[in-house]
Structures are given as C-alpha cells and as structure tokens.
Design a protein. Structure first.
Length: 202
C-alpha cells in the first residue's frame, strides 16, 4: 500500500527541522523525522531572578524584540517554572508568541514584561532597623515622639530599600541613628530636602 509511504503531520504548523531525505528508509526506532511548531506558535524562554518570577502570573503580557532588530512582537506568559536553578537562582518564564518570519527558533531576544506598576516607599538602609521581632522604622508623630512601625521590605534599588508594607508614604521617618532611640522618645526633627523623612537631633 502506497499510503504507508506518505508522512502526514498530526497537526498543521511551521516546520522547524527535517531529519529525513526522500527515498531514505526509516523504521519505528528512527529518530523524529520532522519537528514542527504546532499552528506556528513559538515561545521565548526568559530567565528571571527568583524575586522577579514571584511577582508574575500566567497571562501577563510581554513585548519580545529579537537580537539584531528593533521590531517588537506581542506575547504573553503562558507558563512559569515551578523550580529555581540552585546555582543561578533563576527560573524560566515561557512567553507564547504567534508565528512571524522574523522570529527565528533558537535565536536570542530581549523581553519587556508589562507586569504593571506599584507604589512603594523607598528609604535609605540606615532607616531600616531589625531585631528578633522583625524589621521596623521609627515614625515621628505630631508631638515629635518616635513610635516603632513594623515594615516589610522587598528588594534594594540604587535609590534605597523598597518598603512594600507598613507605611502610607506620608510619614516622617527617622533616617539616621534610629538604633539609639527608644519608642516614645522625644526628638527634634530636621526635614531633609525633598524628603518627608527626618532624623533625630540631640
């Protein structure tokens, strides 16, 4: 029967690799004859740090730009790696892309993931204190007395430490020498330029 001589793909798609030539004899033990991208769908495997990966969700949109071009392609994250590499501390975010001739399987590209924005307070490292109860800052009240305020931090930037919870953003914060204070202690604050925070003055 000549029907056995015809090779049909189980799904339509874009042929990525062909490992057989016309007239070649194949058997059930032969390696895959063709490799295809089903329906032409491709993906970018983006390596992200552990903290970056934790902030993403499936469905998050992303813009992918192949190396050597300035053309961007819209995609979205369809899978997040369940494991983190123990050496690099990175994980994989798989970004699904529609077929385009400019996207070359096996090539490299950069991705901008549009995960949204958030507002958070940023304080110098000297303002963040810690003890057995956790991390905290000293907030200066209307009476110029300091009160302890528990905070949660999430990373460091060139501008300082990101505080994700515990502050509304309009408090006066003790920036320096907070370790020498006790809750309820009276201070004489001096505001810093373009900063609502303050430091104690003896």
């Amino acid at each position: 029967s000549t029907a056995r001589l015809s090779i049909l793909a189980p799904k339509s798609g874009y042929v990525l690799e062909r490992n057989v030539e016309p007239g070649q004899t194949v058997s059930p033990g032969s390696p895959a004859l063709f490799r295809i991208a089903q329906n032409g769908e491709l993906e970018l495997q983006a390596q992200l740090s552990e903290s970056e990966l934790a902030q993403l969700t499936v469905g998050t949109p992303a813009d992918v730009t192949p190396v050597g071009t300035d053309k961007s392609f819209a995609g979205q994250i369809w899978q997040l790696a369940p494991l983190i590499d123990t050496q690099s501390r990175q994980g994989i975010a798989r970004i699904a892309l529609s077929y385009d001739p400019a996207l070359r399987p096996g090539g490299f590209a950069s991705a901008t993931i549009r995960s949204g924005t958030r507002q958070a307070s940023v304080l110098p490292e000297s303002a963040i204190l810690s003890d057995t109860k956790g991390q905290y800052v000293y907030v200066i009240g209307k009476d110029n007395k300091v009160a302890r305020r528990a905070v949660t931090i999430d990373g460091v930037t060139s501008a300082g430490i990101i505080v994700t919870s515990g502050l509304a953003g309009n408090e006066r914060i003790v920036l320096f020498a907070g370790g020498f204070l006790n809750p309820g202690e009276l201070v004489k604050p001096k505001s810093q330029k373009s900063d609502p925070a303050a430091k104690p003055e003896k």
